[in-house]
Design a protein around this ligand. Sequence first.
Ligand SMILES: Nc1ncnc2c1ncn2[C@@H]1O[C@H](COP(=O)(O)OP(=O)(O)OP(=O)(O)O)[C@@H](O)[C@H]1O
Ligand SMILES: O=C(O)[C@H](O)[C@@H](O)[C@H](O)[C@H](O)CO
Length: 191
Amino acid sequence: MNPEPELTALAAQLPKPRLRRPAVILVMGVSGSGKSTVGKLLATVLGCALQEGDELHSDSNVEKMRGGTPLTDEDRAPWLRSIAAVIDGWLETGSAGVVTCSALKRSYRDLIIGPREGVQLVYIEGTAALIGPRMLTRAGHYMPASLLDSQLATLEVPREEERPIVVSGSGTLLDIAGYILDQLARRDAAG
Ligand SMILES: Nc1ncnc2c1ncn2[C@@H]1O[C@H](COP(=O)(O)OP(=O)(O)OP(=O)(O)O)[C@@H](O)[C@H]1O
Ligand SMILES: O=C(O)[C@H](O)[C@@H](O)[C@H](O)[C@H](O)CO
């Protein structure tokens, strides 16, 4: 992991929470909601591994998205399994880790988290008005802003029973990561 200098500087302003159990975190949300940026920040503060879900897509999935076509359930299935395998690896070794994945549908999250104990879901909320302009100005990413509408249409917001930490993507990165770390510490202490 080699986060950008700005993220390293932000991370230095966030105290590392003392947790009883290693944090295994899935950061979800539509494309452009801030998963990678927030995920990097969390992993830097926690001093743990970061797996970018985007890096696990097949070349054909990436080409499809680059061309402006939304992925289907079938396209996503092997990708979701590879994300679940990363989480299983961390759980088996008792390691902490942060994985980013859009995880748009409940069925996807059932596959990635399902009955696994000790995986914390974090959902970054954001409207098209917030995220669209950010996607347009983001450099060097294959995902076109034109796919944002389909991402939002496919999204099934996590329900209470999934015990998500829900945070608005409209705040500053410091606020967003600070809130997530605070919630993580409270839940760790209570659990
Ligand atoms: N809270 C924020 N404030 C300002 N800019 C932000 C914030 N969160 C994210 N951004 C910016 O928005 C853009 C999208 O963020 P990011 O790449 O982290 O989203 P993502 O959910 O990982 O997207 P994708 O799933 O498409 O990879 C980036 O340019 C990032 O710097
Ligand atoms: O499920 C999906 O449609 C995809 O995973 C997308 O969400 C992308 O991976 C990502 O967001 C692009 O950057």
